[in-house]
Design a protein around this ligand. Structure first.
Ligand code: NAD
Ligand code: ZN
Length: 437
């Protein structure tokens, strides 16, 4: 690791307060930024994390990037570099410091490759490492075992050894798939994430959830495998289509709602800048999202409790994605409608006030995200319930949802909610849809 970054990372480590956690009996999970408390059906975990985590910035020599550390056990900590206008030297020094063997395989897709990113990273690493490249077909429909096999084939053909590093250059699809390939190639090799979408920069590249889709379910085959580092150059977003940018913002709004009131309020003021790809605003939103994700992953790496709260709006959202036919909605768009539903349902139960519902709708709309289903949607109550019953958060036959409770920035993960409020909310959202007629 370059010296400046090393100082930044270790200073960060010293200032990060230990999360104190204890277990008590209970039935619901609560999480907010200042004080986390979690719960499953038989356990409740509460943790406090009082101090801000980003004071490490002051020590850095370079001001074009930040470093957020993901703190894990067993020496698996890793940094997330977030910046703009990286010099060639910064890129090659930083990346090579996290590639421990001689060989690296950069994997991207056929949409991103012609944009010049692949050529750039290959050129910068080539003087230091034996670099190979692989270009896969673009798209969620290619996130499967058949395409993943191409990564393993290439690694074997090039005789990559157990010290090799796979580098994921792309959005969440490439990141999830390459991470999983790294988890299983020769029983596990290193990998590095270079995310190029807002969705991947703020969510999927951090936290080590990797995997592919199965014909019977999304993300149903995978592994937890943490990267060596995440390298985020927000300049790469300049080529990202507006719709993809907006889709990623749904996940940033999510962090604000579930645990970060300041971020939510910052978004209310700065959404326009974010949509216009203002570099400082983008850097702030990405950094803050990564800090939130890192804190949650640290508290609950394997999703025994708190990590599930990152799925606000996702249970409804996944039902919308699957029930509408894949390809109709981008993930973040479906999550946006799901978030509107979770917020509406929370207010219906009296868990949050209507003012917060209004603010949430307004923010989603400012981000040009959908908050309801269109008239021609095939969705109806039965379709919702069918897909929600297949959700990964169902435990012992009981559906658990992430809902908002209390002031802005607090949520619960619970199976203990009013079923009627859920049905009423679904009915309200599908009332005008052709699928419900
Ligand atoms: N592992 C996790 O924790 C996690 C979390 C959230 C989402 N995900 C997964 O992430 C995936 C969605 O990620 P996504 O939204 O990044 O989708 P994606 O990877 O399909 O990228 C969206 C589109 O943008 C293109 N693209 C990427 N970077 C670009 C750039 N800089 N300029 C122009 N085009 C670019 C891609 O080729 C693709 O066509 C889903 O498979 C989802 O399951 C995983
Ligand atoms: Zn998501």
């Amino acid at each position: 690791m370059p010296a400046a970054l090393m100082v930044a990372a270790s200073y960060f480590l010293l200032l990060t307060p230990p999360i104190s956690a204890f277990l008590v009996g209970g039935t619901s999970t609560v999480l907010s930024r200042g004080s986390l408390s979690v719960a499953t059906s038989s356990l409740q975990m509460t943790a406090t994390n009082g101090a801000r985590i980003d004071q490490h910035e002051e020590t850095k020599d370079d001001d074009n990037y930040d470093v957020v550390k993901v703190d894990l056990t067993d020496g698996r900590d890793y940094p997330i570099y977030i910046g703009t206008s990286f010099t060639d030297e910064q890129i090659s020094e930083t990346l090579t410091s996290h590639i421990h063997g001689k060989q690296a395989l950069i994997i991207t897709n056929d949409k991103i490759a012609p944009m010049g990113f692949l050529e750039k990273y290959e050129k910068l690493l080539a003087p230091h490492k034996e670099v190979h490249t692989l270009v896969l077909p673009d798209g969620e429909s290619n996130k499967n075992l058949e395409i993943l096999q191409l990564i393993l084939d290439k690694a074997l053909e090039e005789k990559l050894d157990r010290k090799c590093t796979l580098i994921a250059l792309g959005g969440g699809v490439i990141g999830d798939m390459v991470g999983f390939a790294a988890a299983i190639y020769q029983r596990g090799v290193d990998f590095v994430q270079i995310p190029t979408t807002v969705m991947a920069m703020t969510d999927s590249s951090v936290g080590g959830k990797t995997g592919v889709n199965h014909p019977l379910g999304k993300n149903m085959v995978g592994a937890f495998h943490q990267p060596q580092c995440v390298f985020i150059d927000t300049d790469s977003l300049s080529t990202l289509p507006d719709r993809e940018l907006q889709s990623g913002i749904a996940e940033i709004i999510k962090y604000g709602l579930i645990r970060d009131r300041d971020l939510f309020e910052w978004l209310e003021v700065n959404m326009e800048k974010l949509l216009n790809r203002d570099p400082e605003a983008t850097r702030h939103a990405v950094k803050r999202s990564c800090e939130n994700k890192a804190e949650v992953v640290k508290a609950d790496e394997k999703e025994a409790g708190v990590r599930a709260t990152l799925n606000l709006g996702h249970t409804f959202g996944h039902a919308i994605e699957s029930g509408s036919g894949y390809g109709t909605w981008l993930h973040g768009e479906a999550v946006a409608i799901g978030t509107a539903m979770a917020t509406t349902m929370s207010a219906q139960m009296g868990w949050i006030d209507n003012e917060l519902v209004k603010r949430t709708y307004k923010l989603l709309e400012k981000a040009k995200l959908p908050t309801d289903l269109p008239l021609d949607s095939p969705m109806n109550r039965e379709i919702f319930l069918k897909y929600m019953a297949a959700d990964k958060k169902v435990a012992n036959g009981q559906l658990r949802l992430i809902l908002l409770k209390g002031a802005l920035g607090n949520c619960v993960f619970t199976g203990d909610f009013d079923q009627e409020a859920m049905i009423d909310t679904i009915d309200e959202f599908v009332a005008e849809c052709s699928g419900a007629q």
